[in-house]
Design a binder for this molecule. Sequence first.
Ligand code: N01
Length: 540
Amino acid sequence: MNMQQNTNGVTRGSDAFDVVIVGSGFAGLFMLHELRKRGYSTKVYEAADEIGGTWNLNRYPGARCDIESMQYSYSFSDELQQDWHWSERFARQPEILRYLNHVADKFDLNKDIQLNARVTSMVYNENQSKWTITTDHNNRVSAKYCVMATGCLSVARDPKIAGLDQFKGNVYRTTNWPKNDVSFIGRRVAVIGTGASGVQCIPMIAKQAAHLYVIQRTPNFVIPTDTKPVDAEYEKDWKSNYNQRRSQMLQSPGGIFYDYDDDALRVNMTDRERFEIAWQRGGLSFFTAFKGRLTDNTIKQTITCLIHEKIREIVRDPVLAAALLPYDHLFGTKRPCVAGEYYDTFNLKNVTLVDIRHTTIDKITAKGILIDNKLYEIDDLVLATGFDAVIGSLLNIDIQGRSKQTLREKWSIRPRTLLGIMIADFPNLFTITGPGSPINLSNMIPHIEENVKWIIKCIDYLNTHNIDSIEAKIDGQNAWMDHVDLVASQLSYSADSFAGNDSNILIKPSSCMRYAGGLHNYLNMCEKVTANGYEKFFLL
Ligand code: N01
């Protein structure tokens, strides 16, 4: 057995670590970098055969980030942010994956990452204040701390539609898209799902397919993508102001820096004029053109009407346009989608919208999809039906905390955490961007970096104060989740499909999994807890 020394000078076997990290996406890689820098012995387990998490799995055509590349990137190394060159303002999936591989190589992270290793169980030993971690290859190691960097979007969710396994053609999932090129040329294709992934791949597939059926249950607001390349002047401007902008990002609700003077837009312009500028600009910055968009229902109503008008303007067939209008929520109460040429796609002769808002898919047969007794014959089926988001990857592991209580039982009604970082009865187990944190309601990268820094600070604190374990207090946890619900209801934020709806019958979930009050407020609250000596935690 290899022997190694940790920071405290204790010699131990190679199957005992200070920290085990599960997952090697943005969160896992940065967590590993920071722990290693401080000398903690650390092991990362990654279920996939490559690092990258979400950006490794979601390779579907058109996959692109809706946050600007200069901001959807790490801030921890100035050398990295100065050296790396992004080609497009909003990076496509392959470029983000290349970036993550570059980071892993540059900081020599791969040597502590075990690929093809799915963690199957994690059991806490109260007497030793340690976790035992087992993988699907029966590797068994122990660690004082575990960090779940399992990501929010890694467990695909197949819809519960009868006959799915009977289909004789190809079935593709936007998550776990094949690594080889998939051609739809000359083929009859159906896409089920019109969320963020569906609306990005639909225009791309439409360009190739002989015929494309878009199966839409709930229409979403789809803002056009900004596809501008990163030009030299823009890059120079960002690289000379990175530090200042990164800190401004942390003080904003969305963790985003906007370099537009939208106050100027608000003066002497009609709503329509301002809307038009924001629409042409594209991307999530669309938000900023309207002050009060998050809190004022009249503004939300105005933007909703203007987008409805825009859809009617783009889509030539008025009946088709009407079917594409989001009807069940106002703009700003659910994360909007961003995709290029989405509405224009429905003017193409080879594209048919199958609107199932008042019906359900009867079944899938060997030849296609049966809806209202009509069979849509297809060669390929694309499932853009979303994820068992945020909690799926945690609940897939048999996690047993204090007194062998399982996370599956604990979260059977709803997931509860304190600040999205820790869970009562699961000591020394940290979750990065866990349920109850802002998750994708903000730019995930600063959110991840700040969660990692919080965890590092906490582990350092426990070590320097000879404290064996930290654990969320149940009162603190309940108060936090009540606050999450309160903020969501104050902002009319919809408990959207993120909370999980794989049923063939549309059931709207009743609780919100994300903190909607803004990254800036969230980080202030995280900081306050630390400053007050971890007031909402047991330190034993
Ligand atoms: O998943 P979703 P996603 N029959 O859950 C439909 C991030 N992301 O992969 O709304 C018929 O949003 C379902 O219909 P409904 C982003 O954070 C970001 O698209 O339940 N339809 C819905 O239309 C996002 O929030 C980027 O009525 C069924 C769709 O499938 C998250 O990923 C790009 C059905 C699922 O949509 C998830 O997005 C891509 C059924 N039985 C993703 N079951 C960017 O950065 C489900 N549906 C740009």
